[in-house]
Design a protein. Structure first.
Lengths: 238, 202
């Protein structure tokens, strides 16, 4: 089943002469196991697209579907539940709660969703192990490096049964090697069956995606198609 | 770079004959630079002519190995010590293509830029996939070569982004200049038509 679908989505801000068309009829679909990168210059609509995909904002036209459910048809309560259960977010500013340890940060969405504290901690411990920082479980965010905090943020985004991971410039100001390890995690999560959308201005990061969509002035201007075989590409490059 | 120095570097490890050199060359470059045996022997002949390698006698298997000379070692050391200059690289066809696209009627340069960017990002995807497949135990020289390709293509995409932004700014400046010329004609103010204000700025 298609995990995320945007169908002819429009989003405008403001009104009259000040009206800004952030998105002007964008249609994309993301399947399980697929990582899609969205590129484009500043103001092209990348972050708007991600906010709409995650139900953090609503379209002014068209429809957003998550696992076949039209987001606009959901009550506020149902939408909040969908966001907690099915969607994980990784932002540039990590949004970790400073007064909670790594494992508490990761367990929080599960506990909010009604899972017992004991079970939520066990699931969170597994998620931290998956991103190779189980030994940091009891540290607070300010006791960790930027790369370690980003791993916690990724663990929180994928904990439980999240099928859709949305990442907005997730490597932020991390150095090249640490940033790459974050992208490897995202890639691994998608290889394990999640659907991912990665907003980035960095082509090297977009290289980790299965497909790359280019936005300009709120429109999809191009998208990378099926990839050629590796060997053919290497011969062409030589 | 030329095959010349690649072969000299391989011969610095020890004497070798043509097919061995070809296999070692491809192995060292992670098969990113396939050679045909003809290129290997042509290059070896030139190296021998220039005194940088010397051919040894045929072995019982009928193979004719080569070894590096002192002059060859000196040339190799100089090559490693010298940075690669821009003039030694092939002319940048893409830069020339964009420059020509600007002045060729009927060619939309933004389409040329986007077509190239899509192809470049696709190449990045493939290189990244190869890199992701490689594990920690893989040959580090192979990973370095893949990284070199990734960073080179990334630089190209950044340059394309820059070109596009420059073109847009240039177009806006031209539009603003022409709009300003329309709005401020060389006439006395009382002669300006009343409809001037109806001009819709873009």
């Amino acid at each position: 089943m298609t995990v995320l679908e945007l169908r002819d989505v429009h989003r405008t801000h403001g009104a009259g002469e000040a009206m800004v068309h952030a998105l002007r009829g964008v249609s994309i679909a993301v399947q399980p196991g697929e990582l899609v990168a969205v590129m484009g210059p500043s103001g092209s609509g990348k972050s708007t697209l991600l906010n709409l995909a995650g139900g953090l904002d609503g379209p002014t036209g068209g429809e957003v579907f998550v696992e076949g459910t039209a987001i606009s048809q959901l009550s506020r309560r149902s939408l909040a539940a969908l966001r907690r259960r099915a969607i994980g977010y990784v932002f540039q500013d990590l949004n970790l709660l400073p007064s909670l340890t790594a494992i508490e940060n990761v367990a929080l969405p599960l506990e909010l969703d009604g899972m017992s504290v004991r079970k939520a901690r066990a699931v969170a411990a597994k998620a931290l192990d998956d991103v190779a920082i189980s030994e940091l479980a009891l540290r607070f965010p300010d006791e960790m490096s930027g790369g370690q905090q980003q791993r916690v943020a990724i663990a929180r985004a994928v904990v439980g049964e999240r099928r859709l991971v949305l990442a907005d410039e997730p490597t932020g100001a991390l150095d090249s090697q640490t940033g790459e390890s974050v992208l490897r995690l995202l890639r691994a999560r998608c290889d394990a069956g999640a659907a991912g959308v990665l907003v980035t201005h960095d082509a090297r990061h977009a290289g980790w995606a299965d497909r790359v969509i280019f936005l300009r002035d709120g429109l999809v201007v191009d998208a990378s198609g099926p990839l050629p075989e590796a060997e053919g590409l290497l011969e062409a490059a030589s | 770079m030329s095959i010349k120095y690649g072969l000299l570097a391989l011969l610095e490890r020890g004497q070798a004959y043509g097919y061995q050199l070809r296999a070692s060359f491809e192995e060292s470059t992670g098969s990113t630079w396939p050679l045909n045996i003809g290129q290997v022997y042509t290059t070896l002949s030139r190296l021998e002519r220039d005194g940088l390698v010397q051919a040894l006698g045929e072995n019982p298997q009928g193979q004719r190995p080569y070894e590096i000379t002192m002059a060859g070692r000196a040339a190799l050391a100089t090559w490693f010590a010298t940075p690669v200059g821009d003039t030694e690289r092939p002319r940048d066809e893409l830069a020339i293509k964009l420059a020509l696209a600007l002045s060729t009627p009927g060619v939309d340069i933004t389409t040329v830029v986007q077509t190239q960017r899509t192809a470049s990002v696709r190449a990045l995807q493939e290189y990244t996939r190869l890199k992701n497949r490689a594990t920690g135990g893989d040959d580090i020289s192979w990973l370095l070569i893949i990284d070199a390709m990734i960073f080179r293509v990334e630089a190209e995409v950044r340059w394309l982004d820059h070109c596009e932004a420059s073109l847009l700014r240039h177009q806006r400046t031209r539009q603003e200049t022409s709009t300003a010329e329309t709005e401020v004609p060389d006439q006395a103010p009382e002669a300006v038509p009343t409809s001037t204000g109806e001009t819709t700025p873009r």
